[in-house]
Design a binder for this molecule. Structure first.
Ligand code: HEC
Ligand code: HEC
Length: 261
């Protein structure tokens, strides 16, 4: 809505820009290639071939690099699927080598939606990778999804609405995620999250997981223990939740002991 209202202004600005400074015209709408050169080449290479940590750190000779071996992995064949996931979450562009990619809210994005679209097309052109998936949660079964989520995901993401602790990494809450992003994450396995092949989680099962995640987002508050929402939750689930809390507490204690030694 907003962008539509603004578009006549944008067009006017563009026309004015064209009239005054023809050379600046390409800057007002940079191509995917230009954006890639500006934001991504340093870690992923000019042709998406990937960059080793040593090469990326060359400007800083004192740096030992990260425990990971690359500044950025190769993007050849990762396709629109990974590009859409990493850009729409705001994980990319990463600002520092070796950092865990962090979600960025729309307000803190470095890139506009249009720039993201251009970049997705550009990254997809590196090789024939998978397209952006189109999950169909309406075909899924929420109860089955909950069972699968508990089995495969809850160890890190706990209940869909909450994030959890993984050693050295934070599993983000799924309260703001979308169907497409769940489908992408499950097949990609970002950061320390495992990647689930179709043999482990079939497309039908993935639809159920997506359906469950979306359903669990419905009590739409900031998260945390909201007793008002306990009512409809089955007793078994509450027990499980309590067990999960205890488990996380135990993990944190173990984690703290580990760092003291
Ligand atoms: C070993 C822990 C682990 C498991 C198991 C795991 N995840 Fe994740 N997940 C993560 C971490 C860590 C991230 C953040 C990735 C990053 O920082 O790049 C993540 C990210 C995500 C995201 C993106 C969040 C966003 O902002 O949209 C989704 C969606 C997701 N996971 C869904 C799932 C689902 C569904 C499953 C089960 C099939 C699952 N995860 C299993 C650790 C895990
Ligand atoms: C500071 C270094 C850095 C910069 C800059 C950067 N990336 Fe990344 N990129 C990474 C790292 C590290 C990973 C691996 C993250 C992970 O494992 O979750 C990654 C992962 C990705 C992936 C997923 C690859 C896969 O194997 O699934 C895509 C797609 C991606 N980046 C695109 C981009 C784009 C597009 C830009 C520019 C807008 C960009 N990145 C900028 C470091 C960087």
């Amino acid at each position: 809505m907003r962008s539509r209202r603004r578009s006549p202004l944008l067009v006017a600005a563009l026309v004015a820009g064209l009239a005054l400074a023809p050379a600046a015209a390409s800057e007002s709408a940079p191509s995917g290639e230009q954006l890639y050169g500006r934001y991504c080449t340093s870690c992923h290479g000019a042709l998406g071939e990937g960059v080793s940590a040593g090469r990326a750190a060359r400007g800083n000779p004192g740096s030992t690099g990260s425990s990971r071996h690359v500044a950025g992995p190769s993007l050849r064949g990762v396709g629109a699927r990974a590009a859409d996931f990493y850009l729409s979450t705001g994980y990319m562009p990463l600002l520092e080598v070796g950092q865990q990619p962090k979600p960025r809210s729309l307000g803190e994005r470095l890139l506009s939606t249009r720039e993201i679209d251009a970049l997705i097309r550009y990254v997809a052109s590196f090789g024939n990778g998978p397209p952006v998936p189109s999950p169909q949660p309406q075909r899924g079964n929420v109860a089955e999804g909950m069972r699968l989520f508990t089995q495969h995901c809850a160890g890190c993401h706990q209940i869909a609405a909450e994030g959890g602790y993984v050693t050295g990494a934070l599993a983000p809450p799924l309260s703001q995620t979308t169907a497409v992003r769940v489908a992408e994450a499950v097949r990609i396995g970002p950061w320390v999250m495992p990647r689930f092949s179709e043999r482990v989680i079939s497309d039908d099962q993935l639809n159920s997981i997506v359906a469950y995640v979306l359903t669990s987002q419905e009590p739409n508050d900031a998260g945390g223990w909201s007793l008002g929402h306990i009512g409809p939750v089955p007793e078994g689930m509450v027990t499980w939740l309590l067990a999960a809390v205890v488990l996380v507490a135990v993990c944190m204690v173990i984690g703290r002991r580990g760092t003291r030694e």
